[in-house]
Design a binder for this molecule. Structure first.
Ligand code: CAA
Length: 240
């Protein structure tokens, strides 16, 4: 039976590319989404990948959502924690809600999804968890104390859980994308983005499929000896 992978935020942007790359490897994919049902239906029509709606920042919703995936597709062997939001602004203008939403969804989502799936992976003696961090979690970024803290937290979370999973055949790794040409990056004001791109040695934004290739590798059998690591895919913007 083919392995089952849940990709959070898996119906658009980097998540869509990851869902497609894992499907190409022969896995059965559940693409989680939080937003628009019509768009999710269009994604399923286009790709043949089942979409499941829940908020990764809601602990119980993750437990229920993963149980639903298991019932429909089989137990979850692979989790890609990709769902994330930005609420950018300098600290002086950042509200508690802006801080809390980003921590709850970007970092809390990783905890919630691991709680929902790690036990089953342990029982079956095999699992892959790939967490999507960020260059901005490694290097920091003006106007992103919330996002940088959450993404930096993801890197610590990855290294700690990797130690717990190793003896059960579960690898836990992170990818730290740089600036990728998705809606999230398109929301950065053009003059600000121009200055950022000027500092990327490769001289351009990345593409979603360039992140997805890394995820696919970390989920494969070939990557069984890689755990607790962070793969930076950022065009040389930050060498870490
Ligand atoms: N370093 C130092 N100073 C900076 C700066 C920087 N990187 N960026 C802006 N400033 C300064 C400006 O020069 C300006 O100074 P003055 O007031 O002295 O002129 C001041 O900060 C205010 O700048 P803005 O006019 O831009 O202020 P704003 O309040 O309108 O916007 C902001 C602030 C929301 C943070 C805006 O600058 C912004 O959106 N920055 C981009 C943040 C970013 O890169 N987000 C990444 C989103 S994509 C993502 O997160 C994916 C991923 O993983 C990579």
């Amino acid at each position: 039976m083919s392995k089952v992978a849940v990709v959070t935020g898996g119906t658009r942007g980097i998540g869509e590319a990851i869902s497609l790359a894992l499907k190409d490897l022969g896995y059965t994919i559940a693409a989680n989404y939080a937003g628009n049902e019509e768009k999710a239906r269009a994604f399923t029509d286009r790709t043949g990948i089942a979409a499941f709606k829940w908020d990764v920042g809601d602990h119980q919703a993750c437990l229920d959502g993963c149980a639903q995936v298991a019932e429909k597709l089989g137990p979850v062997d692979i989790v890609v924690n990709n769902a994330g939001i930005t609420r950018d602004g300098v600290l002086a203008r950042m509200s508690f809600e802006d801080w809390n939403d980003v921590m709850r969804i970007n970092l809390g989502g990783c905890f919630n999804m691991a709680k929902a799936t790690f036990g089953g992976m342990r029982e079956r003696g095999w699992g892959r968890i790939v967490n999507i961090g960020s260059v901005n979690g490694q290097a920091g970024q003006y106007g992103q104390v919330n996002y940088a803290a959450a993404k930096s937290g993801i890197h610590g979370f990855t290294k700690a859980l990797a130690q717990e999973g190793a003896k059960y055949g579960i690898t836990v790794n992170a990818i730290a994308p740089g600036y990728i040409d998705t809606d999230m990056v398109a929301a950065v004001p053009a003059p600000v983005l121009e200055k950022i791109v000027a500092k990327i040695p490769v001289g351009r934004l990345g593409h979603a499929h360039e992140i997805a290739r890394g995820v696919a590798f970390l989920c494969s059998e070939d990557a069984a000896f890689i755990t607790g690591s962070t793969l930076s895919i950022n065009g040389g913007q930050h060498m870490y």
